[in-house]
Design a binder for this molecule. Structure first.
Ligand SMILES: Nc1ncnc2c1ncn2[C@@H]1O[C@H](COP(=O)(O)OP(=O)(O)OP(=O)(O)O)[C@@H](O)[C@H]1O
Length: 314
């Protein structure tokens, strides 16, 4: 693997009052990936982003971005990092154009009107460039946040809950924007508690709870390793007991013998689905007819809920 673009070791943050928002977090981010940090409310996602972007002062640990130690050489690294925060912390009376111009210069980048025009056009904000931000719709305000974060052409972009509270259509639009940024080579870290968002977008997923990273893996590997297949088979006639050939599969009888429920394997091609195919063949061989077969793989959501359900944090 090439050098990580961002490397975090032992990152800890204890807020005044004693809340430990981050607890010895280790994380490496690869150039060009979309990394989704998943966690429930209060897990420490925003604190983690804030620590990298210089908004939160860590209590302990080290962070290296683009080879720069963030504690010693913050500006050089920060100039290459963009942040789309959850909330618009900008002057609402400002025009869109002034807001993005300000952001472009914030880390020493020279004024480049053509680039700003390009960014605003790509986010369908060009015809709003002279509008005051307060006059924009919620969806447009969010796009202004993205435009501001992109104005200095960051190579690493943080998106904190990019689609929290936005409608489905806007969310899909946002996903397209994020995919387009990845195409251009931008590395993306997004936080979300919409599992669907991670499932759709991410190359890798990290799960955080109570300031601790519980798991980091390729999304597909995580789904294959932790996922299962469930098949619900409605039988044409009730069965009093399972014949041995059928009982050899991970199945149980329900609905007074009318329904066979299979749970097993792993999600994905080879695992549970292949075994369900064998199960249906065994049913046919045993002369057991069925009317419907409903099969599905567990989603990232099932996995996530299962992981978070495993005991309360220490
Ligand atoms: N400025 C602060 N002072 C004290 N405690 C804080 C501060 N900011 C966050 N916390 C606490 O730190 C913990 C982590 O908060 P954080 O905002 O990082 O979580 P999050 O995962 O981003 O949650 P959400 O999804 O709700 O944004 C929470 O218990 C929160 O109450």
């Amino acid at each position: 693997m090439s050098e990580p673009i961002l490397s975090i070791r032992g990152l800890t943050k204890t807020y005044k009052g004693g809340i430990r928002a981050l607890d010895k977090v280790d994380l490496d981010i690869r150039a060009g990936e979309i990394f989704a940090l998943l966690g429930p409310n209060g897990a420490g996602k925003t604190t983690l982003i804030g620590a990298v972007c210089g908004l939160v002062r860590p209590t302990g640990g080290t962070m290296t971005a683009f080879g720069h130690d963030l504690a010693r050489d913050w500006r050089a690294a920060r100039a290459r990092i963009g942040l789309v925060p959850q909330e618009l912390a900008t002057d609402m009376f400002e025009t869109v154009w002034r807001a993005v111009t300000y952001s472009q210069g914030l880390f020493g980048k020279p004024y480049d009107a053509a680039r700003l025009e390009e960014i605003l056009k790509s986010l369908s904000l060009w015809d709003k460039k002279d509008a005051q931000i307060r006059a924009l719709s919620g969806g447009m305000k969010r796009r202004v946040l993205i435009a501001k974060a992109l104005a200095h052409d960051p190579e690493l972009l943080f998106l904190d809950e990019p689609t929290a509270g936005v409608d489905v259509e806007l969310r899909k639009g946002m996903w397209q924007q994020i995919a387009a940024l990845k195409e251009r080579g931008v590395t993306i870290i997004l936080t979300t508690h919409y599992i669907e968002e991670a499932e759709e977008m991410a190359d890798r997923v990290g799960i955080i709870r109570s300031g601790r990273i519980l798991m980091v893996d390729e999304k597909h590997a995580m789904m294959e390793r932790l996922g299962t297949t469930e098949a619900v088979i409605d039988l044409a006639a009730p069965l009093a007991a399972l014949p041995p050939d059928i009982a050899a599969f991970p199945v149980e009888l329900g609905e007074g013998g009318r329904r066979l429920i299979y749970r097993g394997g792993s999600a994905g091609e080879g695992g549970g689905r292949a075994e369900v195919a064998q199960l249906t063949q065994a049913l046919t061989r045993a002369g057991i007819a069925y009317t419907t077969l409903d099969i599905h793989d567990s989603s990232l959501e099932d996995i996530f809920v299962g992981l978070l359900g495993e005991g309360e944090p220490a």
